[in-house]
Design a protein around this ligand. Structure first.
Ligand code: ZN
Length: 437
């Protein structure tokens, strides 16, 4: 079927995939967890055709020739979401003393894109089928990762990426005048946008280069953004159907972001009880990045940890829309990126949040903040077939999630019996079409 003329190889490949019959898979789920309802159904069959779920129920007829996957001793559940990560960034004690300003000086975007593929695979192995990748990814390594996964080159979570973080001059960096002016050493980690014209242009640049959500520094510097400036960001992003996440670190910044009606707020340092109340009223998502005190080499002081726990507890009590969000962009010796993220369960448990609501934040809250809730996430007919399985019952013991034995992404098995088997995901070309941008 190969047509030798380069430009036409694409057409042939698309024709092939369109004509191939969709394989049918039947999963026998001993227990099927529905986080929305907060219950488990037993002895369910999930029928998958191609990339999507066709039918779910106790008495689903299994067509002749269907591949059968026996998870009758497992709890099957929807895939998990990390609503705030940076897959093309891994800062480390050596050589950069855990200062990511130096990571960006020493590691090319190309190298970081390769690392992002590895981090994405590690996330998927731990059951994270969606990751919101919120900037600090060099010169659009996040877009490259998303395109590589979506075109069908490599396995990985569904990526909702922000491109370059937009902020007032300097972003989160504090460069010397020489570094900023003569060597332009803030870009590409941050996109300076100080005036309304620059703000509009920066948003358009990110959208042009493949962002699916817009991320701004609300108050990384004292000059920050006013509520009116954030309204401009929201308006411009909305023209392209995109939502806005704000990095917020002060109460004043939180107030501006909430006033403007931002979609989600990253980090909790600016979120006091009043801000939580306002966020709940407006339905603004909290991507708290609730760091535990157990990550070797990344100490969180007892006071800081107590703040994280108390803040999460207050947000839960006030019914703020919660997402499981880690900001885990560093190397913890002996752990994969996915295992580091799972450590964040400790903060949620210490905040006294019931397991069912932790699970909801990791699934439903994540689908909503990612805007996939009508296409990807729930195990329902018509949705993309992303699902995982664990022994035990996460409703009773949420740490069961640390032992993901099975992962299916887009109807293809990625992990089975605790072992990654990703061969179905690798292709020599863009099997899903090079036009995916
Ligand atoms: Zn972050």
């Amino acid at each position: 079927m190969r047509i030798a003329v380069g430009a036409f190889v694409f057409a042939a490949a698309v024709g092939l995939s369109a004509q191939a019959p969709s394989p049918v898979t039947a999963i026998r789920a001993g227990r099927l967890l529905d986080p929305d309802a907060g219950r488990i159904l037993t002895n369910q069959i999930i029928l998958i055709e191609g990339t999507k779920i066709r039918e779910v129920g106790p008495n689903v007829a299994i067509p002749a020739g269907a591949q059968i996957i026996d998870l009758s001793r497992m709890t099957v559940m929807p895939g998990l979401v990390d609503a705030h990560n940076h897959l093309a960034l891994t800062y480390k004690p050596e050589p950069e003393s855990n200062i990511y300003y130096y990571t960006y000086v020493q590691e090319s975007t190309a190298l970081r894109a390769i690392q992002a593929v590895s981090n994405g695979i590690q996330m998927l192995s731990s059951g994270f089928t969606i990751v919101r990748d919120m900037g600090n990814n060099g010169n659009y390594a996040d877009t490259a990762l998303r395109q590589g996964i979506e075109q069908g080159w490599v396995p990985g979570p569904t990526i909702i990426n922000s491109g370059i973080i937009i902020g007032g001059m300097g972003g989160q960096f504090s460069p010397t005048p020489e570094m900023a002016k003569d060597h332009n050493i803030v870009y590409p980690e941050y996109l300076d946008a100080d005036t309304p014209d620059e703000i509009v242009k920066a948003i358009r640049q990110n959208i042009l280069f493949g962002a699916k959500v817009i991320k701004i520094c609300v108050d990384c510097k004292p000059y920050g953004y006013t509520a009116d400036e954030i309204r401009l960001v929201i308006r411009e992003a909305a023209k392209s159907g995109m939502k806005v996440e704000g990095h917020v670190q002060t109460v004043n910044g939180a107030r501006n972001a909430i006033d403007a009606g931002i979609w989600s707020i990253a980090h909790s340092t600016g979120l006091n009880e009043e801000m939580h109340t306002l966020m709940a009223q407006k339905g603004i998502f909290r991507a708290g990045t609730d760091t535990p005190d157990t990550l070797a080499g990344h100490p969180v002081s007892p006071q800081a940890y107590q703040y994280n726990v108390a803040s999460l507890k207050d947000a839960y009590a006030k019914k703020v829309p919660l997402t499981f969000s880690t900001d885990a962009d560093y190397y913890v010796v002996g752990k994969t990126r996915g295992e580091v993220c799972m450590e964040f369960l400790k903060t949620w448990k210490d905040a006294g949040i019931p397991n069912v609501d932790i699970l909801r934040a990791m699934t439903i809250g994540g689908y909503k903040v990612s805007q996939t809730e009508s296409t990807r996430g729930p195990i329902k007919a018509g949705y993309f077939a992303d699902l995982i399985a664990v022994p035990g019952n996460p409703l009773d013991e949420v740490d069961a999630l640390k032992n993901v034995q099975f992962v299916m992404k887009d109807g293809q098995v990625f992990k089975k019996d605790g072992v990654m088997t990703p061969s179905a995901f690798f292709h020599g070309g863009p099997v899903n079409g090079w036009r995916i941008r």
